[in-house]
Ligand binder design. Structure first.
Ligand SMILES: [Zn+2]
Length: 295
């Protein structure tokens, strides 16, 4: 299923959160959710199936932290290929031919030189390995998401393209800062983000997650992207801002409240809308109903 063709024919419903769904399925705090691709593939499959049943037309693999550095914290640095392949296989199995599978690449968890100690050449090779394994497992394309640094975003897009991803989505996590501006944690504006994403040759421009971001803030980001590009825009919002309950982030926005907010995002020009942290199959079902009604 070609996501760009889907976008050309109309609005596309994405999926919701993976991390908070893994917790609902029993993942303990501090446990590695990406390890479940190997050890609990049935539970990963069930989450994907629930999103597809709710109306998702594009789903994202359970591989957000499946890069060598993050897996290394759990003693899994040598399992990068196996974990990413398994993630893509589970998503492909749920998706069949009717739903698009995006292989997920998240941040490496450190900063690239000179700001930090991550070697850019090494990191690029690690992202190429991750993207390659996701594509080999059956992903239709790669989504690079929740990025806050431009250098890491650019490098990850290049890596996905080097791995011959037929489709690359690049999505940054913006926050609303106290003066009302919208910037990533590393100070990147939506305008800077979209220029870098286009410059590196990604096909779809996105924003996801973020802190203190309301639906109106995502509308502003979408509008800023739209001023610069005609490419499809993908927005994945959290289910509101979390409350900390017993050491765990709890998201309380209702499925209907979430779907209502995303209506404005679509009106501002987003072609693909899904959810990030705290969204569930119920949120995606509400979104799918609302988008059908508004179409
Ligand atoms: Zn999120």
């Amino acid at each position: 299923m070609n996501l760009l063709d889907l976008c050309a024919t109309g609005f596309v419903v994405g999926d919701g959160a993976m991390g908070t769904e893994l917790q609902r399925a029993g993942l303990a705090i501090g446990e590695c959710g990406d390890r479940w691709n190997l050890e609990q593939p049935g539970r990963i499959l069930a989450i994907h199936e629930a999103y597809i049943a709710a109306g998702s037309q594009a789903i994202i693999t359970n591989s957000f932290g499946s890069n060598r550095r993050v897996l290394g914290r759990y003693g899994l640095a040598d399992r990068v290929v196996a974990i990413n392949r398994a993630a893509a296989i589970a998503a492909r199995r749920a998706a069949g031919d009717a739903v698009c599978v995006l292989g997920d690449i998240g941040p490496c968890g450190g900063f690239i030189r000179p700001l930090g100690d991550v070697d850019p050449g090494e990191l690029e090779a690690e992202f190429i390995a991750q993207a390659g394994a996701l594509l080999e497992g059956g992903a239709d394309g790669i989504i690079i998401e929740t990025m806050s640094a431009l250098d890491e975003l650019r490098l990850a897009i290049r890596a996905a393209r080097t791995a011959k991803a037929p489709l690359v989505v690049a999505s940054m996590a913006f926050d609303r800062v106290p003066n009302g501006n919208i910037r990533t944690m590393m100070g990147v504006s939506p305008e800077q983000a979209v220029r870098a994403i286009l410059d590196e040759g990604a096909h779809i421009v996105g924003a996801n997650c973020g802190t203190h971001m309301t639906a109106a803030d995502f509308e502003r980001v979408t509008a800023a992207f739209r001023l610069t590009t005609d490419r499809p825009i993908m927005i994945q919002s959290n289910a509101g801002s979390p409350e900390l309950v017993d050491g765990r982030a709890v998201y309380r926005m209702s499925p209907e409240g979430f779907a209502d907010g995303m209506e404005g995002v679509r009106a501002a020009g987003a072609s693909i809308v899904g959810g990030c942290c705290g969204t569930t199959p119920a949120h995606i079902a509400a979104l799918a109903r609302q988008m059908k009604a508004g179409a």
